[in-house]
Design a protein around this ligand. Structure first.
Ligand SMILES: Cc1cc2nc3c(=O)[nH]c(=O)nc-3n(C[C@H](O)[C@H](O)[C@H](O)COP(=O)(O)O)c2cc1C
Length: 174
């Protein structure tokens, strides 16, 4: 099969190409200052530093959650498990009342967290930068917990789960 010619990326090309990069799925949440929780599904979660513990999330301009994180100076991250696709869709759907009828956990400082998530992390905004059409937040992790389970995976616009090859664990991770 012949490969297509190289060309400058359109936003659709960019989404399609980066969609070939398999990611996990998380929900970023914050309080908007009036006690209302705000949250959105993301795949841009990246570990930046282990000591100090710093992670990165890239949030689109114009989202309520982006504004809430900016205003609050803090946010929470819930890493979704493979049985939480419906939540990933719910928190990626524009306009919906995302927390209606949804029992949540709370971090020790009161931020909303997704129940049964594989990892729940609370962050203080370390720094933030506008890059293109997103605002990138570096979060210093101040509190966290995690549990065993299988992660929800996103690839090429579809959700799935992770199956390992059954080989040895990579030693430097553990
Ligand atoms: C799997 C998945 C991953 C996503 N990752 C991101 C992301 O990293 N950053 C982002 O800004 N939007 C991301 N989105 C899109 C937002 O979840 C979606 O636009 C959401 O409606 C934005 O919240 P808002 O309606 O409050 O603006 C993702 C959506 C899905 C389904």
């Amino acid at each position: 099969m012949t490969l297509p010619a190289f060309h400058a990326p359109t936003p659709t090309d960019m989404r399609r190409s980066m969609g070939r990069f398999t990611t996990g799925v998380a929900v970023v949440s914050a309080d908007d200052g009036d006690g209302n929780p705000s949250a959105m599904t993301i795949s841009s979660l990246t570990s930046i530093s282990l000591d100090p513990a710093i992670l990165l999330v890239s949030l689109t301009h114009g989202s309520r959650t982006t504004e809430a994180v900016e205003a609050a100076g803090s946010f929470a991250v819930s890493v979704l498990g493979s049985r939480q696709e419906a939540l990933a869709r719910r928190f990626a759907t524009r306009g919906g009342a995302r927390f209606d009828d949804l029992p949540c956990d709370r971090s020790r400082s009161g931020l909303p967290l997704i129940k049964d998530a594989l990892a729940q992390l609370e962050c203080r905004v370390h720094s933030a930068h506008d890059i293109g059409d997103h605002r990138v937040f570096y979060g210093e992790v101040t509190d966290m917990r995690c549990r065993e389970g299988t992660g929800l995976v996103f690839y090429s616009g579809r959700f799935g789960d992770f199956h390992d090859f059954g080989h040895d664990e990579v030693p430097w991770l553990f």
